[in-house]
Design a protein around this ligand. Structure first.
Ligand code: PHE
Length: 348
């Protein structure tokens, strides 16, 4: 008798469960089964009148039935919870639809200028090379003929790492220290050791110096290095390549001049200035734009090239400096403050 009743309840639960859709319906239905006046509760009350010897078997049946019923209820509840979660999350997202936010992102103004410079050099056969921001003294200084008493090698001027630091991906010699590269010229050495001439590369990247930040200095800034090594590369190649770059960047009537300077890794060395009537407010003055020169024979020797056969030129410019001129920005610090009002002006 009890067993029949139990089977009826199980069948009922099985049947009804498929039509329960909401939590309210679920709670209501559950009460009709296992609530104080529920069908299962009523059956359990009959236990009292079951003869003692039948109690274990009947009790077992009841427990089995309870388990069966619970399984159905649990399944329905899980389904209801899933529906509730989905409705909280909203409709499924289709990542292929256009964004409801109409303001598009854009490249950072420094990245825009970097890409513009790379593109100009790309057109005349220069490819992009990369080095590492954490450098060893060898690539940053020694191989570039920079003597040990050079100011950049002083703790006060560059960011040196603790002596016991050992990086797996940047090998260093004993006694050597790591530092954050002070210029991208280290990429000259990495490339010269890796590749055979003809070499024509530009190397954009982040550099670091212990500068006190002001309108024109930042401890973190960006440079683009250029290197051309082949047979018979002359100063004419240097001058004409940089002329092309300056005219394309600052206006076709721009003029350039080379002023004698000194870098340990170029000989002769120059500062390049330019003057452009197309520059509005800045059109009346010569502006210094980069350091450059013919690759020093000492550097060629260091990387195993015969300086009687090969020659080359190198240059290095600050991307921020070019960006400030092109974008009319008078304080380098704006580039790093991430103020959307500033950045938005350069969205393209
Ligand atoms: N590395 C130099 C600097 O940071 C610039 C430079 C690069 C000069 C290549 C000559 C040749 O000032």
């Amino acid at each position: 008798m009890i067993e029949e009743k139990l089977n009826t309840v199980i069948a009922l639960v099985e049947n009804e469960c498929s039509s329960i859709k909401t939590r309210v319906e679920f709670e209501h239905f559950k009460a009709t089964i296992s609530g104080p006046k529920g069908k299962l509760t009523e059956i359990m009350k009959l236990m009292g009148s079951v003869p003692k010897e039948d109690k274990p078997t009947v009790g077992k049946k009841i427990n089995e039935a309870k388990g069966e019923i619970q399984k159905h209820l649990d399944r329905v509840l899980t389904e209801i919870e899933e529906v509730e979660l989905l409705s909280r999350l909203g409709p499924p997202i289709d990542p292929t639809l256009p964004s409801p936010d109409s303001s598009k992102g854009c490249l950072h103004p420094i990245a825009q200028v970097r890409d513009q410079v790379i593109d100009l050099f790309h057109r005349i056969g220069f490819s992009v090379a990369e080095g590492t921001e954490l450098e060893t003294e060898y690539y940053c200084f020694d191989a570039l003929n920079i003597p040990s008493d050079h100011p950049a090698r002083d703790m006060q001027d560059s960011y040196f790492m603790p002596e016991d630091l050992q990086m797996d991906n940047v090998s260093k010699k004993n006694q050597e220290r790591y530092l954050l590269r002070t210029h991208t010229s280290s990429v000259q050495i990495r490339t010269l050791l890796d590749e055979k001439p003809p070499i024509r590369i530009v190397a954009p990247g982040r550099c670091f110096r212990r500068d006190t930040p002001d309108a024109t200095h930042s401890a973190n800034f960006h440079q683009i290095e250029g290197l051309y090594v082949d047979k018979d590369v002359t100063l004419v190649d240097l001058k004409s390549t940089l002329d092309y770059f300056v005219k394309k960047t600052f206006g076709s009537s721009a003029k350039t001049r080379l002023r004698p300077s000194f870098f340990p890794f170029t000989e002769p060395s120059f500062e390049m200035d330019f003057y452009s009537p197309d520059l509005g407010k800045l059109s009346h003055k010569w502006l210094e734009i980069m350091g450059c020169g013919m690759v020093d024979p000492e550097v060629l020797k260091e990387v195993g090239l015969d300086s009687d056969q090969y020659s080359g030129f190198a240059f290095g410019m600050g991307i921020e400096r070019i960006a400030m001129i092109l974008q009319g920005v008078d304080d380098i610090r704006y580039y790093y403050q991430n103020d959307i009002r500033f950045l938005r002006q350069f969205s393209v």
